[in-house]
Design a protein around this ligand. Sequence first.
Ligand code: TYD
Length: 141
Amino acid sequence: MQVVKYMFQPHGDDRGQLVALEEFKDIPFQIKRVYYMYDTVSGVVRGKHAHKKLEQILVCIHGSCKIKLDNGSETKVVPLEKPYEGLYISNDMWREMYDFSPDAVLMVLASELYDESDYIRDYDEFLAMTRQKIEVGKQEK
Ligand code: TYD
């Protein structure tokens, strides 16, 4: 599984650091929505879903957390602990966010507005979807 991480350019000077994110330049899609999680309770696992269409970039702008990515056949754990790095997550990836430090602020840049019908929250349904894609891929060869 390929993990796509973006290293953003910090504009540092003697006053401190600043990161600017522009759609189609630093972020590979139009940013239609921004949301962030904070005060996450210790031990909590968030996410636990995939999407039909939505693409996202996750930036832990303060503190740290871990992201588990699962493409249906392989899993990878990606720690996020720098405010200048972003993790790209495609629609068809099951994701779980956990191990939040008490001060963690996890910001998400999203390619679509909030739409509950875009969520795949059932893991078996997700697995069936990934298998279907593999089958289609085989037929195309
Ligand atoms: P939820 O999907 O449970 O978050 P996570 O996937 O991180 O565990 O969302 C929590 C609540 O926030 C839920 O009531 C839906 C709402 N929500 C919005 O209204 N807009 C949004 O953009 C998001 C991501 C969630």
